[in-house]
Write a protein that binds this ligand. Sequence first.
Ligand code: ADP
Length: 252
Amino acid sequence: MSHVVTVTGVSKSFGSLAVLKGVDLDVARGEVLVIMGPSGSGKTTLVRCINLLEEPDAGHIHICGQSISCGPNARRNRARAKAVRQLRNRAAMVFQHFNLFPHMTALGNVIEGPLSVRGMPKADAVALGERLLERVGLADKRDVYPARLSGGQKQRVAIARALAMEPEVILFDEPTSALDPELHAEVLRTMRSLAEDGMTMVVVTHEVAFAREVADRVIFMDDGRILEQGPPAQFFSRPAHERTRSFLRLVQ
Ligand code: ADP
């Protein structure tokens, strides 16, 4: 099976707090992987480590031919910095709080990466940006600034911005948790349509219905480790660990 993401032995501490304790993880091409777990279990840190927004203390990240070793013995030279940039382009991130550029329109946000990172000619970037805004149902918001968009619309612009990098995988860090409940559906619908198109996705979320219907596999993190994982039908109906059962009683 071809893996888009391979994480081996990733550990991360903040000061004396060990947040990831040797995580191993593979994500197959086209797979939708949902990561669940209690607050503070290391989910966000894990996805930030996958695209090296957070530098692991130890371990190895491999995304589609781009391999990065982490830790005190990893060489920090220009070649590594370049490899990190390439890896980030392959693993786009969608954040809880959208992280749009407030001084740019919806289109401006979507085409910034293609223009400045991919070096795409402006006309091509605009055509791509318009197509992607259409894809997330926001063609009419092309010239609108983020301050005039709803949270759900902002997150859909952020998804279009991630797609504009033509990534191998999109990492979603609690994409609906900053939104009012009535805005969750539009974002989840967009994510579901990406999944149907075969996008490889890693999604940190507490959205059980989404995980049940869209995920190929659900991972449960507890205290910096993957405690258990499985296909959603098995994960939600027959969790192996009491920790998982008590967590699911809270979110279902
Ligand atoms: P989760 O996403 O499962 O809620 P996080 O990965 O966000 O967990 O956080 C795990 C732990 O690491 C928490 O205790 C959090 O406070 C701590 N943490 C996360 N980021 C930082 C940071 N940049 N500096 C210090 N502590 C952090």
